[in-house]
Design a binder for this molecule. Structure first.
Ligand code: 4AD
Ligand code: MG
Length: 461
């Protein structure tokens, strides 16, 4: 049996009127009156529900059996015009209960806090919020692919298990098949590591960049798009231990070139969501962030700001605001600073460029001033950093020195260094956090609520 998508019926009601349709879904609400019963059902294909009307007099069987939130039903009936102009509902001929649902179903028709919903990850996708979020997430992801495919990029799949630490921040989740007993038997760390699955330390990738560079040094323009992992213990609404990143890497591109690509991509994917998710955005505007659509439209229409890091520091110093972290040149900007710049000063996306090299990663191109690197973060109102970006150090000796300064284990990066030895070229790339842009686009203000399963420290449901 194939059922018609509810989204198809709701979006093109007229062409269904008078026809018999078969639909299936979960009951979102039920209302009983003397002669009639009404079910609102949702099959996940749209945010809106489809109303099923049961005329008790003509209906064989007990309508009460279906009048249960959470129950799953299949309905056969005739599409008829609804009260609201242009909409349709279904006059049921028959309703089949596919799966009953007891009255302790946690999603009753009332307001549930996001915190409560986190305790039932297996059911929260059946709320309007998650229904809308998951659809926007899907559309956003597909738009990202469309953008890069349209610009001639090759999609590469970089490894999830790696032996290197791209960001050098020591936030790697170890991957091991060793047991506690193995550790005791080995006695020292070297033996323990040597006896492990790969014979060396392995971990989950924090970023596909290093391997992405390998691909770009052959394919020119590539992007990788997949899960990345960080054992971040910072308990903030913007940090997850598992999150998705899209990471383009472009040969022969310098910092201003990659900034242009990033700006084009952000505008493209936001426009896609505006075009493809009108119901969802209306819902988020009503429930999460007033003015959401105007904000997104203005991003599409505006030119992003490019601001020197040093100028950002001056602005912060002159602001008269008392920040928790005092402002000095060299400061690794915290969320309070990022938000001041992008919300109070510009109220639009801002690329902060040329950061002090001491607070940034080893692979970034060192500027001629000797103290900054050709790196940029894209900051947006409400969320802060959504993109980390840089031109890469293409000079073998400079890169080697930066790695030695950081006491990195060169054995783990031999291949990466080789790229600078054999036909090195200027190249640049960035990483966009999918959950961060999703938070920005939906107004949902906690990263735990833009993932199917939240992944944060101390919490593995
Ligand atoms: O700024 P980050 O650490 O940059 C990199 O990883 C580079 N290797 C990317 C590149 O150049 N290819 O991370 C990039 C983005 C951040 O701007 C943020 O949007 C997101 O990834 N991100 C996180 N999102 C959720 N939870 C976390 N713990 C995140 N850490 C970074
Ligand atoms: Mg960053």
């Amino acid at each position: 049996m194939t059922y018609t998508d509810i989204s198809a019926i709701l979006s093109d009601g007229k062409s269904y009127v008078g026809k018999t349709v078969d639909v299936a879904g979960w009951v979102r609400s039920a209302r009983d009156s003397k002669n009639m019963a009404f079910l609102n059902i949702n099959d996940g294909t749209s945010l809106k529900h489809l109303q099923i009307v049961i005329n008790k007099a003509e209906f064989e069987g007990d309508a009460a059996a279906f009048m249960k939130n959470g129950a799953s039903v299949a309905v056969s009936g005739e599409a008829v015009p609804a009260m609201k102009e242009g909409e349709v509902e279904i006059n049921a001929h028959s309703v089949t209960l596919l799966g009953d649902c007891p009255t302790d179903y946690p999603l009753q028709k009332k307001y549930h806090t996001m915190e409560f919903l986190r305790t039932i990850p297996e059911l929260r996708p059946r709320t309007n919020t998650f229904n809308a979020m998951l659809r926007v997430r899907s559309k956003l992801s597909f738009a990202i692919h469309r953008f890069f495919q349209g610009e001639g990029f090759t999609y590469v799949h970089t490894p999830i298990i790696t032996g290197s630490d791209c960001e050098g921040a020591g936030e790697i989740f170890r991957v091991t098949t060793n047991t506690y007993q193995d550790a005791l038997a080995a006695g020292d760390e070297q033996k323990y590591t040597a006896s492990d699955f790969f014979g060396r330390k392995a971990g989950l990738t924090v970023s596909g960049q290093l391997e992405g560079e390998v691909a770009a040094m052959a394919m020119g323009k590539i992007y990788t798009f997949g899960p990345t992992f960080r054992a971040e213990n910072s308990n903030t609404p913007r940090h997850a231990a598992e999150f998705w990143q899209v990471e383009p890497e472009v040969a022969f591109a310098k910092l201003p070139d990659i900034i242009k690509i990033a700006e084009r991509m952000i505008k493209y994917i936001i426009k896609a969501v505006l075009d493809e998710c009108p119901d969802e955005l209306a819902f988020f505007e009503k429930s999460f962030e007033s003015g959401l659509r105007a904000k997104l439209q203005s991003v599409v229409d505006s030119e992003f700001v490019v601001l020197e890091y040093s100028d950002a520091i001056d602005i912060l110093k002159k602001s008269g605001v008392k920040f928790q972290y005092p402002v000095e040149w060299g400061l690794d900007m915290q969320s309070e600073h990022e938000r001041y710049i992008t919300e109070q000063v510009f109220n639009k996306p801002v690329f902060v460029v040329n950061y002090p090299k001491a607070i940034k990663s080893f692979y970034m191109k060192q500027n001629d001033d000797g103290v900054t690197v050709a790196a940029t973060d894209l900051l947006v109102p409400g969320v802060g950093e959504i993109i980390g970006c840089s031109e890469r150090e293409a000079d073998y000796d400079k890169l080697l020195k930066a790695m030695n300064d950081r006491h990195m284990n060169l054995d783990d990066y031999r291949g990466y260094l080789n790229l600078r030895k054999y036909g090195s070229v200027p190249h640049s790339g960035f990483g966009l956090g999918l959950e961060r842009i999703l938070m920005y686009v939906t107004g949902i203000n906690n990263i735990r609520d833009v993932q199917l399963y939240a992944r944060t420290a101390g919490d593995l449901m």
